[in-house]
Design a protein around this ligand. Structure first.
Ligand SMILES: [Zn+2]
Length: 53
């Protein structure tokens, strides 16, 4: 389980956001997958793993 340090939400699986970004002047695109909090959409650097091992 993860907890978001920004909004405090706890969740099992973060949200995956897939974006197609144009990476050069020819219009070539690169797919980028971002992992975000399902509530506030902050990135994974703001997650805290609450699992006890
Ligand atoms: Zn959050």
């Amino acid at each position: 389980m993860y907890r978001c340090m920004i909004c405090g939400l706890e969740f099992d699986h973060p949200l995956l956001v897939i974006r197609n970004e144009i990476v050069d002047s020819d219009g070539n695109r690169e797919r980028q997958i971002k992992v975000v909090c399902p509530s506030c959409w902050m990135g994974e650097q703001y997650f805290e793993n609450t699992e006890e091992t």
